[in-house]
Ligand binder design. Structure first.
Ligand code: SAM
Length: 284
């Protein structure tokens, strides 16, 4: 077993492959020994679970997941890491490394092929350049993940976990809360990584809902309404919605009145129920 949070070990492993960290791929590897066990512990995984990880790196989190789960599948886009992973994960027979881009992966198919009927979880230290698309792809895939525990930039964690209808809320907050309940688990200092990024991080857990908290006839349009309402954060929701949806201002104002909102309200004050009603009122 390698000590994957030990600088000397990491340098040796990477040096043998002449590996250089890729900023573009969000490669900041965890070196704080407390973080991966805490993440794996709080992800809700049991010995009967299947776990999907995105971005194995050198496998520091993968090893912790493998200790607690029945099967771990980890996707890693960077081929240079594959020979390293075959060494660091040699003692984890319940782990499969796939050289894939998460955003080009058919998730329902992958899950069917790799996990069968196992109860499913996601646990990952996400590459930050694709935080929102990855989270939305996981949720929109309708794969019945029980929980998605991910490390993201602290700012993104605060945004995702803000209550819908509060100042900190954004389009991602509203979209995520349609699918899941978000909990802010703990902060992770930038010095916990090699190389250290310019920002701090945090771990959040999204517990996926069995049914959405509001009913919408057309999900696609519902998300378009949310996106449009938040698109121009400094503008009133009326202006933002009118521009984003291509509706005349009077139509939007009359819909806002019907949902109990003032003409000057901003999108961050709206509840999920209000967004659902707006989608119904403004829908084609
Ligand atoms: N899990 C490791 C850790 O905690 O130290 C590595 C985390 S690092 C922040 C993100 C990892 O995701 C990198 O290994 C990177 O190569 C990989 N990655 C980046 N983009 C990816 C993509 N589109 N699909 C799959 N993996 C990706």
């Amino acid at each position: 077993m390698y000590n994957l949070t030990d600088y000397k070990t990491i340098k040796q492993l990477l040096g043998q492959q002449d590996f250089h960290f890729s900023k573009a791929l969000g490669q900041n590897f965890l070196v704080n020994p407390d973080i991966c066990p805490a993440m794996a512990e709080q992800a809700g995984i049991t010995q009967e679970s299947g776990v999907l990880e995105i971005g194995a790196g050198i496998g520091v989190l993968t090893v912790e997941l493998a200790k607690r789960a029945k099967k771990v599948v980890t996707l890693e886009i960077d081929t240079r890491l594959l020979p390293i992973l075959s060494r660091t994960l040699a003692d984890c027979p319940n782990t499969e490394v796939l050289n894939r881009d998460i955003l080009k992966t058919d998730l329902p198919l992958l899950v069917q092929e790799q996990f069968g009927e196992l109860p499913l979880y996601v646990c990952a230290n996400l590459p930050y350049y694709i935080t929102s698309p990855v989270i939305m792809a996981l949720l929109e895939s309708r794969v019945p993940f029980r929980a998605i525990t991910v490390m993201v930039q602290k700012e993104a964690a605060e945004r995702i976990c803000a209550p819908v209808g509060s100042r900190g809320a954004g389009a991602l907050t509203a979209a995520v809360s349609y699918y899941a309940e978000a909990d802010y688990l703990f902060d992770v200092n930038r010095d916990s990584f090699m190389p250290p990024p310019k920002v701090d991080s945090a771990v959040i857990r999204l517990t996926v809902r069995k049914t959405p908290p509001v009913q919408v006839a057309d999900e696609k349009y519902f998300f378009r309404v949310i996106q449009s309402a938040f698109a121009q954060r400094r503008k009133t929701a009326a202006n933002s919605l009118s521009a984003g949806l291509g509706k005349d201002k009077q139509t939007v104002l009359s819909a806002l009145e019907k949902i109990g909102a003032a003409p000057t309200d901003r999108a961050e004050t709206f509840s999920l129920e209000q967004f659902a009603l707006l989608a119904q009122l403004l829908g084609e």
